[in-house]
Ligand binder design. Structure first.
Ligand code: ATP
Ligand code: MG
Length: 559
């Protein structure tokens, strides 16, 4: 093991500096704060690995906090999915919290701010408020309601809360500075009224706190020491601090917001809102469709948790938003599956081979190692018989010297089985080969120790015994978008770049042992790639998703 430590990233440097200056190790506390308005995606994995990773390296608690302040978009289904995904990724939260748990506390604080003359009820239309806001180069102007009396503000705020005031009639705003250079400091809205059912508080609340008012105060309530968010929140930091300035009890820890870069993945979109459109418009079947960049879609596709964690760790945290090529995620996946996935045989584009000198009606059960590089993975028995399938593309009547597969008059080894020689073939009226007649060398069985079994032949093919093979449905996937960054085009909607051919369904034939594989388990179909059992599998029919192709195959194929 290399004992040398990796250099600290800038987030760790911030923490180390705080540990020197102001914080003790016991002060450290983090949180991952998703809004339950959709399923988690690969971008969230970066934030999850960052926060929970810090928790592990500093032995500090990490809360899972649902930022559930918008009843219009949030649902229990999403809460459940988020918990499942974080757990599957291998992390454990200290406490499960909800911003909605703090509605009363936030409300009480808001009342305090009103009493101190630091917040007021504005009853203008949203257009009027927008006009008064000014621009980055032009100061804003004060609302005519800015100087309402404390009593009037308290009465109106109470009416907003009880639902007595009509939806949208008023908002509560912080009284800060309409001429601030930071637009977010120009009397930001703290509460709006919404007469909608909330997934947790039902109809108890008719006012809902805005993000800026909720987030920092939730961090404060939970005594989160470091609140990491993505770069777009950098200008919000001033407001985050302003709110804390008004409430912070010096005896308590004061949370700190720091920002890191958003991670985007090529050939897809990582935004819950956009992913929701793909589901709603029927481009994909569900949030966990194997083509989706959601954690649940990747899991269903056959991704392992380790491969996603390694990917997130590998790209690390950055200070600038960037696009990560999807091949990097696939690389991380192959690296993990190569170590962990069992090898089995399946034929996806079959042609029949008859071994003319093999006894009729006989079946031999041959040993097949689950992983040639890992003896502890054990082995499986595969049936061999007179009629087998091989891939169509593994046979040619004639080919040059570099074609190390089956051709007339030449030999190949059948993986785990015998050396066969192609003698003749049968063709249909189109000239397509429908059957290949071969002979086999009975002494050449793999692992039998005979001289013939050690004989080197150039090519090795995978195969399945026809009478024993399991017919399976195989779903092959291509990229969901034809463009590397579909949502960055100024005058085009990302939906215009949807790849119409992202799914192909075929029938394949697999060795019978695959019947025992569990849903989400990924195996390697030798020479073809990695494939995972889909949850659509029934007692009658197994369904496999192609997870990812192999970079290399073990036979010296091609020309
Ligand atoms: P979306 O637009 O997909 O809803 P979001 O940022 O609004 O993204 P949240 O549920 O608020 O989603 O995110 C929870 C946490 O995950 C936040 O701290 C957010 O900054 C972080 N996060 C979201 N997307 C990414 C991303 N692509 N890369 C890194 N972190 C992300
Ligand atoms: Mg969001």
């Amino acid at each position: 093991m290399n004992e040398e430590k990796e250099p600290l990233n800038f987030i760790e440097q911030i923490i180390e500096e705080d540990l020197k200056q102001s914080h003790s190790k016991d002060d450290l506390r983090f949180r991952f704060p998703p809004e339950p308005n959709g399923y988690l995606h690969i971008g969230h994995a970066s934030s999850i690995c960052l926060n929970f990773g810090l928790g592990l390296s500093y032995d500090a608690p990490v809360n899972l906090r649902f930022d559930d302040t918008n009843p219009a978009k949030e649902e229990q289904e999403f809460v459940d999915a988020i918990k499942r995904d974080v757990t599957w990724l291998g992390y454990t939260w200290a406490e499960e919290r909800y911003a909605s748990d703090y509605f009363q506390e936030l409300y009480d604080w808001a009342v305090l701010l009103i009493k101190e003359g630091k917040a007021y009820v504005d009853s203008q239309s949203s257009e009027a408020m927008r006009e008064q806001k000014g621009t980055p180069t032009e100061v804003g102007s004060n609302s005519s309601f800015r100087n309402r009396s404390v009593e009037e503000n308290l009465t109106l705020f109470e009416q907003m809360k009880s639902g007595e005031a009509p939806e949208g009639a008023h908002v509560l705003r912080a009284k800060i500075d309409m001429s601030s250079t930071n637009m977010l400091m120009r009397d930001p809205v703290m509460y709006r009224t919404l007469h909608k059912h909330h997934h947790r508080t039902g109809t108890d609340w008719r006012i809902f706190p805005m993000y800026d008012w909720t987030h920092g105060e939730s961090d404060y309530i939970e005594q989160v020491s470091h609140s990491f968010c993505t770069l777009e929140f950098l200008p919000h930091r001033e407001l985050y601090n302003w709110f804390l300035d008004q409430l912070h009890d010096p005896k308590k820890l004061r949370p700190k917001q720091r920002e890191f870069a958003r991670r985007n993945l090529s050939h897809t979109v990582v935004s819950k809102r956009k992913l929701a459109r793909l589901v709603e418009d029927g481009v994909v079947k569900s949030w966990d469709d194997p083509r989706m960049p959601t954690i649940s879609g990747l899991r269903r596709r056959g991704y392992t948790a380790a491969s996603i964690r390694n990917f997130a760790e590998g790209i690390g945290v950055g200070k600038r938003d960037n696009l990560i090529d999807v091949s990097r995620l696939e690389f991380s996946l192959r690296e993990d599956l190569n170590k962990t996935a069992d090898r089995v045989m399946a034929v996806l584009d079959p042609v029949k081979v008859v071994i003319t000198n093999y006894p009729e009606g006989e079946t031999e059960w041959l040993d097949s190692e689950n992983n040639q590089d890992d003896e502890s993975a054990g082995s499986t028995k595969v049936p061999f018989s007179k009629e087998i399938y091989i891939e169509k593309e593994d046979f040619r009547e004639e080919a040059n010297k570099k074609f190390f597969r089956l051709k007339l008059g030449k030999e190949v080894r059948l993986k785990n089985a015998y050396i066969i020689k192609a003698e003749s073939c049968v063709k249909d009226e189109n000239g397509d080969v429908t059957e290949i007649h071969c002979t086999y060398d009975p002494d050449s069985r793999s692992g039998s120790g005979t001289e013939a079994s050690m004989r080197k032949v150039k090519g090795t093919l995978h195969w399945v015994s026809i009478k024993d093979a399991l017919e399976i449905e195989v779903r092959l996937y291509d990229r969901l978008f034809t463009d590397a960054s579909p949502d960055t085009h100024k005058d085009k909607d990302f939906m215009e770049f949807v790849n119409p051919d992202s799914l192909e369904v075929i029938t394949g034939y697999a060795e019978p042992s695959v019947r025992e594989r569990q849903v989400e388990e990924t195996v390697q179909f030798q020479r073809l790639g990695y494939f995972a059992v889909d949850k659509d599998t029934t007692a009658e029919k197994m369904v496999y998703n192609k997870t990812v192709g192999l970079r290399d195959s073990w036979a010296k194929i091609d020309q």
